[in-house]
Design a protein around this ligand. Structure first.
Ligand code: BGC
Length: 437
């Protein structure tokens, strides 16, 4: 296992983007927020979040952002991915906060990379309504109008796949719906919102636009044709459904017929050319034919009636969250995307990669990140055009339905005192960045 004293990492290309990622709802706290998001409503319902917590305070980044920007500067990253809370932007003075944050980042020499939606939908809106896509374009125009003089790199959406699947199909995340395949319009409307956002950003003069989609290889549980077919279906749902409308302008496997509205016209909006493509990678998924029973995956219940079952990946170390550690899955994923999409795939940025472990001397996190950076470099050597890598996350934070029980940060946060303490992985990543120059 690699430790702080492991072999030096291979060199990444000059101009490579090195960053860390966070999201508004997970770190900011609800101070001065006037309208709730679907997550505020969801966490207020008993039993939704495992430790019964809410993000009302979280890391109180809203007040402590100068300290957090100093941590970024100390780390030596050249970019910081954060998200802009839509309910905050809609609150009086909400954009002032992001104005201050962006100024602070620029003064520290850290490039701001905002994500315009990371799951905290204003509670009065609903992704089942087509109009939400148009409202999102208005939100994007307001943010770009205010920050566009200093922000040069933008992300439209974070993981519409998880927001659809966990939030609307399985009910494990806000808004807590269990619609199964009736959640498909939620995917379509988010993708439409993405395309409209690209247009709004271009109209505001933006030139460097991407999306952050979550992807991972899907491994069939066996060579049995039923397992292979189930894994192919899962791959379509998780990977192709969200990549192909954006990259190719079409839905895979006839899924477009299940989508609402004038799908052909919408796809022309969704396929607005991107400058780069963001990939959030955590682990592959092993999938087999349905077992006829309820399953459990990453703390989420998988209903028996789905046409696949998620199986354990054996013989791998697990993170505290129970996720398998499979660094070479990142090489496989990126090479697979390059082979599948060819020159339709723009340059790639890893917009999230990380793991949950307890403790300040987090050697497992160092080993995880070290191995994933080597796997990323292998993809570069295989000819994949990768331009950047962001660790999830800067701070321990509100990990959605898990509450504060899962710690993904390079920096430990004491949730009683809000004191920040850099972990061993923070110092390791700082040294990696220094060595990369
Ligand atoms: C999300 C983050 C989340 C992380 C770890 C990603 O799916 O974008 O918000 O904290 O994974 O679960």
């Amino acid at each position: 296992m690699a430790t702080d004293a492991g072999d030096p990492l291979p060199r990444f290309p000059a101009g490579f983007l090195w960053g860390v990622s966070t999201s508004a709802h997970q770190i900011e706290g609800a101070a001065e927020l006037r309208g709730p998001s679907v997550w505020d409503v969801f966490t207020a319902e008993p039993g939704r979040v495992k430790d019964g917590s809410t993000a009302a305070v979280a890391c109180d980044h809203y007040h402590r952002y100068p300290e957090d920007v100093a941590l970024l500067a100390g780390l030596g990253v050249n970019a910081y991915r954060f998200s802009v809370s839509w309910p905050r932007v809609a609150s009086p003075g909400g954009l002032d906060f992001y104005d201050r944050l962006v100024d602070e980042l620029c003064a520290a020499g850290v490039r701001p990379v905002p994500t315009l939606f990371h799951w905290d939908l204003p509670a009065h809106l609903d992704w089942l309504d087509r109009d939400t896509a148009a409202r999102f374009a208005d939100h994007v125009a307001a943010v770009a109008g205010r920050l566009g003089d200093r922000v040069t790199k933008w992300i439209t959406l974070n993981e519409p796949a998880e927001h659809t699947l966990l939030g609307h199909a399985l009910g494990a995340h806000a808004p807590g719906r269990r619609l199964l395949f009736d959640a498909l319009p939620v995917a379509h409307h988010q993708l439409l919102a993405h395309g409209l956002a690209v247009r709004a950003l271009r109209a505001a003069g933006a030139r460097d636009i991407g999306i952050a989609n979550s992807h991972g290889p899907t491994w069939p549980a066996s060579a049995d044709p039923d397992d292979v077919a189930a894994a192919g279906f899962y791959d379509t749902l998780l990977n192709r459904l969200f990549a192909e409308p954006v990259l190719l302008g079409g839905y895979p496997d006839g899924l477009g017929e299940l989508m609402p509205g004038d799908v052909a016209a919408d796809l022309r909006v969704i396929a607005e050319p991107l400058d780069w493509y963001g990939v959030n990678y955590y682990a592959p998924t092993r999938v087999g034919a349905p077992l006829g029973t309820r399953g459990e995956f990453g703390g989420v219940t998988i209903p028996a009636e789905l046409p696949f079952s998620v199986r354990e990946i054996e013989d791998r170390p697990l993170t505290d969250f129970g996720w398998p550690v499979v660094p070479e899955g990142l090489t496989e994923l990126l090479c697979g995307f390059r082979d599948r999409y060819g020159d339709r795939l723009p340059p790639v940025v890893i917009t999230e990669n990380g793991c949950s472990y307890e403790g300040l001397d987090d050697q497992e996190r160092i080993a995880y990140l070290d191995a994933h950076l080597r796997a990323l470099h292998a993809a570069l050597e295989a000819g994949v055009d990768v331009r950047g890598y962001f660790v999830w996350s800067l701070l321990d934070n509100f990990e959605w339905a898990e509450g504060y029980a899962r710690r993904f940060g390079l920096v430990h946060v004491d949730f009683d005192t809000l004191e920040r303490t850099p972990k061993a992985s923070y110092r390791w990543f700082r040294d990696v960045l220094r060595a990369q120059g």
